[in-house]
Design a protein around this ligand. Structure first.
Ligand SMILES: [Fe+2]
Ligand SMILES: [Fe+2]
Length: 235
C-alpha cells in the first residue's frame, strides 16, 4: 500500500489555495492519505468545514489524528464528528485496518525524551501533567493491541523520538513529544511511525528498536529538496 502523509496544515483558505495543486496529485501517487494532526489553527468547526470541503475533493481514503491546535477551542469532539461524517477515519486511541495494513493512532503528548522524560514526582500539577502523557501512551497501547495485521503504521501528532525534533530549539524538545510513545511502539512492533508537530525538525529518525519514524510536518516537507506537501511511503 502506498501511504501519503502530511501534517500541520493549520488550515486557512489562503494557505490551502497555495497547496491545492500539489495536494491534488495525491490520488495518483498513493492509496491512502494520513493527516498527522493540527488540521486547524484554533480547533474551530468553521475552520474544519472548509478544510473538509477541500479534502473530500481529493477523493482518497483519509486517516487522521488531531493535534494540539485542534484542541484549542475545546471543540475536538465536534471536529472528530465532522470528520467522521465525511468518511475520514479519525484515530484517538483506536485502530483501523484497510487492505491488510493496520493503522493505530492517537494524538500523543509532551513529556521529553530518554533520560529527560518527566516523571510523576512532587506537586500534583506535575503528576497531572505526567498523567496526561502516560494516558496517551496507554491509548496507543490499546490501539496497537487491537491490530491483527502483519503490516502496521502508527499515526501520532507528537514525536516519539528526539531525532525528528532535532533542528527545533533544544529548550522546547520536551514539549515536542515523548519517548513514552516509542516504548509502546517498540513493544508492539510496527513498520512505520508518522508524526507532525515539530515544524522545523528532521524528516527521519528511528526508535530504539530501529523502527522508522517520519516527521511529515508540511513546513518541513516544503523545506526539503525537492519541496513536497506530502511524503509517500510503501508499506
Ligand atoms: Fe503544528
Ligand atoms: Fe502541533
Amino acid at each position: 500500500m502506498r501511504i501519503a502523509a502530511t501534517a500541520d496544515l493549520h488550515f486557512t483558505a489562503q494557505r490551502y489555495t497555495a497547496l491545492r495543486d500539489q495536494l491534488h496529485k495525491v490520488r495518483d501517487e498513493a492509496d491512502a492519505l494520513v493527516l498527522a494532526g493540527d488540521l486547524t489553527n484554533y480547533g474551530q468547526p468553521d475552520e474544519m468545514e472548509p478544510l473538509l470541503n477541500a479534502l473530500v475533493r481529493l477523493r482518497i481514503p483519509i486517516i487522521a489524528v488531531l493535534g494540539n491546535h485542534d484542541y484549542e477551542s475545546g471543540r475536538e469532539a465536534d471536529l472528530m464528528r465532522m470528520m467522521t461524517a465525511e468518511g475520514i477515519k479519525v484515530l484517538d486511541g483506536s485502530a483501523y485496518e484497510r487492505d491488510g495494513v493496520g493503522f493505530a493512532g492517537t494524538k500523543g503528548f509532551v513529556g521529553g525524551f530518554g533520560r529527560g522524560v518527566l516523571t510523576a514526582f512532587g506537586e500534583p500539577e506535575i503528576k497531572a501533567f505526567v498523567r496526561a502523557s502516560i494516558d496517551e501512551a496507554l491509548k496507543l497501547e490499546r490501539a496497537m493491541s487491537q491490530l491483527r495485521t502483519s503490516k502496521r503504521v502508527v499515526v501520532l501528532h507528537y514525536s516519539p523520538v528526539a531525532a525528528t525534533v532535532n533542528g527545533e530549539a533544544a529548550e522546547i524538545y520536551p514539549f515536542l513529544g515523548t519517548s513514552r510513545l516509542a516504548e509502546v511502539v517498540d513493544r508492539h512492533g510496527a513498520d512505520l511511525v508518522l508524526h507532525g508537530h515539530a515544524h522545523h525538525g528532521k524528516p527521519d529518525g528511528t526508535t530504539t528498536a530501529g523502527i522508522p519514524v517520519r516527521n511529515v510536518a508540511i513546513t518541513l516537507l516544503q523545506s526539503q529538496q525537492p519541496s513536497a506537501v506530502y511524503r509517500v511511503f510503501d508499506v
